[in-house]
Design a protein around this ligand. Structure first.
Ligand SMILES: [Zn+2]
Length: 205
């Protein structure tokens, strides 16, 4: 049953709202003209259509409810040690420039009677990052969703990302990485957060 639901969720990725697709396509064609392109040349003929699909794909997170994702796989369990999912890839769009920021999220929580499926943590990250975002809010939203859905003893989220809007334009700092973090409960204790930081910094392989 759970598996079937997951399959349906994945199919959703390739589903596009046709009426939106048409409007987006129209506007991207206008943009092509505005930037001085000939929208009728061969290489650009299908570009508005492709970009319209691509922007729907990149913002599909609006259709997902992260807390619902967590609650769909919430299990009673006595485990009370740190659970860490690290190196979750992030592909998001900065809301100021609609240019990608890409990086990795590291998420931990300490269960308080309930755990969730590990893949659900990654899906929560995905649901929030496939929207127009700022890294600070993305970090807090992931933390809040886990805190609200599972009421654990603590949640920790660290995100490291490279903002292409900084690398390609503006200050053109090509290699700078922005790190954000947000902790609740037990992770506010220096000892616990230090353990988390050391675990996400260590390489297993
Ligand atoms: Zn930006």
């Amino acid at each position: 049953m759970a598996k079937q639901k997951e399959l349906l969720d994945y199919q959703k990725i390739e589903k596009y709202a046709p009426e939106k697709l048409e409007q987006l396509q129209f506007h991207y064609k206008e943009i092509l003209k505005l930037i001085g392109e000939d929208e009728t040349r061969e290489g650009l003929l299908n570009t508005p259509f492709r970009v319209a699909k691509s922007i729907q794909f990149l913002t599909q997170g609006y259709d997902n409810d992260p807390e619902e994702i967590l609650l769909s796989a919430k299990f009673k369990e006595d485990y009370r040690e740190m659970v860490i999912v690290k190196d979750i890839e992030i592909f998001s769009l900065c809301e100021h420039h609609m240019i990608p920021f890409i990086g990795r999220a590291h998420v931990a929580y300490i269960p308080n009677g309930y755990i969730t499926g590990l893949s659900k943590i990654a899906r929560v990250v995905e649901a929030y990052s496939r929207r127009l975002q700022v890294q600070e809010r993305l970090t807090s939203q992931i933390k809040d969703a886990i805190q609200n859905a599972l009421n654990p003893l603590g949640v920790a989220v660290v995100i490291e990302a490279k903002h292409l809007c900084m690398a390609m334009r503006g200050v053109q700092k090509q290699n700078s990485v922005t790190t954000t973090s947000d902790f609740t409960g037990a992770f506010k204790r220096a000892e616990t957060s230090a353990e988390f930081i050391s675990l996400i910094s260590s390489k297993l392989s």
